[in-house]
Design a protein around this ligand. Structure first.
Ligand SMILES: Cc1ncc(COP(=O)(O)O)c(C=O)c1O
Length: 522
């Protein structure tokens, strides 16, 4: 068979018959990247954390390359990684109320691949610390990150959702206390929650957990690297770290607001004893004894070295400066929302999130998201949940600061266009189907039919990002991201359909759609 590049029909096959020159291959990657959301430029409000510091990407890439082939599997073979990991854990600990001279001098921790892994391990440590509990449970506010549900699912731990106040978007300590039972091994709270950027009453929650003799994990994956700087800048940040006596573990993602490349989070425990059940060790086979503090066994040193270089380069002064720029950007964006008719902040910003909803039935948020995308602003729609309305989420990073003045006029313009277009009108039968269909009744044929009804033609269709709502389409362009797997830009119609469906059906639909996306290319 002739090679794909020889007959002028290069399909981007990963394994061509004959290898291609480095320059050509890099060009191919760059060409594929052209279809992505812009990672720089301050107009993307999810997925990517950009400080817009000149030279930082290059520095992190060089550090990453220097350690990419080093294996974290064995810290004695590669002491460089151990040294950098310990330094990262030390920096996170010191920032979050641990270390010498504090009330939590024995804080220890591990570098994980991300927030989800940190949360899974916090749950594992809590579960395995209580072998006496046959059917362990965790009490988690409904606003906490979905990764707790994933942890519960993977680890066969039952999840007890704690309701939040629909106005403050916070759980009360009383509600947490009510959710704690004899089999509860962990209580969780967020500092802040991803969806709304709201800091839970950590001190009160940790107190009821301590009273019940239960571990309390603070998920500061999102805000753990911003709240301390905001506090130093004089913002009223409530206590949320190891300064709070009942807090037993904290997670903080360096690939979020520490602005390190992806693949680095830190999970901290107040004491080595609390961390002990996090480890997995196995000697009952003829190979090397496996001792893993985290889920992965072989681990690239690349992300750890890149994070180490990033922290050392930016330093405390750099992070303070970036936090100040971010705080100002948040204030400017919130003002833009306040100044737009028909929109309301769902929560007063207290960290680095701006989250708003619509107060006008003629202003459909999902249509607004598409209109913003058409104007070059990539926001994140969030579906309605229980008694919380649909909303638009903006993760604000330092790169946004220089663009803030452009946002207000575009938001007003996009809102006017969304009103003129009117809310999404799904065919009545589709709305009825979404509201009544049970996930089990969702056959491949039905999925294909739904895809067709939504105009999602082609084999490779799907809504793309599913972490929290579905990103907006490039409205008006009709373009989809071209790549080996094809692509699909979700739009207001898809979000309207998902919004009409209960969570279990949303999950199932998205699994089906993503399953359609994830097909090998030959
Ligand atoms: C509060 C919080 N916890 C956990 C996570 C999960 O992090 P990751 O996507 O790195 O697994 C996120 C991600 O946004 C988050 O905001």
């Amino acid at each position: 068979m002739s090679d794909d590049q020889d007959n002028g029909q290069d399909t981007g096959r990963a394994l061509p018959e004959r290898g291609l020159p480095a320059e050509r291959v890099l060009g191919d990657v760059e060409a594929l990247r052209a279809g992505d959301r812009p990672t720089h430029g301050g107009r993307l409000f999810a997925y990517v954390y950009d400080p817009a510091v000149p030279g930082l990407d290059e520095l992190a890439a060089a550090a990453h390359a220097s350690s990419a082939h080093v294996n974290g599997l064995d810290p004695t073979a590669f002491p460089s990684l151990l040294a950098m990991e310990n330094a990262l854990v030390g920096a996170a600990s010191r920032l979050l109320g641990g270390g010498p001279g504090t009330g939590a001098p024995d804080v220890v921790g591990s570098v994980t691949s991300g927030g989800t892994e940190s949360l899974i391990l916090a749950v594992k440590a809590a579960r395995d610390a209580r072998p006496d509990v046959a059917a362990p449970r965790i009490a988690v506010p409904v606003t906490a990150h979905a990764a707790f549900a994933k942890a519960a699912h993977y680890l066969r731990v039952a999840l007890d959702p704690v309701p939040v106040d629909p106005v403050t978007l916070r759980p009360s300590a009383a509600a947490v206390a009510a959710a704690i039972g004899p089999d509860t091994v962990l209580v969780a709270c967020s500092a802040p929650s991803y969806a709304h950027g709201v800091v839970d009453p950590v001190a009160e929650i940790a107190a009821v957990a301590a009273e019940a003799g239960v571990r309390c994990h603070v998920d500061a994956c999102f805000g753990g690297w911003t709240l301390p700087w905001l506090r130093r800048l004089g913002e009223p940040v409530p206590p949320f770290d190891f300064a709070v006596a009942g807090v037993t573990s904290i997670s903080v993602d360096l690939h979020k607001y520490a602005y390190a490349p992806k693949g680095v989070s830190v999970l901290l425990h107040r004491t080595p004893a609390l961390r002990a059940p996090q480890f997995f060790a196995y000697a009952d086979w003829p190979g090397y004894t496996m001792v893993n503090p985290v889920i992965a066994s072989t681990r690239s040193g690349g992300p750890i070295a890149a994070a180490y270089a990033t922290l050392r380069h930016l330093g405390e002064d750099g992070y303070l400066r970036l936090a100040a720029a971010t705080r100002d950007a948040v204030a400017g964006l919130a003002d833009a929302v306040r100044g737009t008719d028909g929109l309301r902040l769902l929560a007063e910003p207290e960290s680095t999130v701006v989250c708003f909803t619509s107060t006008d039935p003629t202003l459909d948020l999902f249509v607004l998201v598409d209109e913003l995308t058409a104007r070059g602003w990539h926001t994140q729609p969030q579906l309605s949940y229980a008694d919380l309305p649909a909303s638009v989420h903006l993760t604000v990073t330092a790169a946004v600061a220089p663009r803030v003045a452009e946002f207000g006029p575009d938001l007003a313009d996009a809102a006017a266009a969304a009103r003129a277009a009117g809310p999404v009108k799904l065919p009545a039968e589709l709305t009825a189907l979404a509201a009544t269909l049970t996930p089990d009744a969702l056959t491949p044929e039905l999925v294909a039919g739904l895809a067709a009804a939504l105009g999602l033609g082609g084999a490779a269709v799907g809504p793309g990002p599913v972490a929290a709502g579905v990103g907006g389409a490039a409205a008006g362009s009709g373009d989809v991201a071209a790549g080996p797997g094809g692509g699909f830009a979700p739009d207001a119609t898809v979000n309207a359909l998902l919004d009409a469906a209960p969570p279990a059906l949303r999950e199932r639909l998205l699994v089906e759609f993503v399953g359609l996306l994830q097909r090998p290319t030959y």
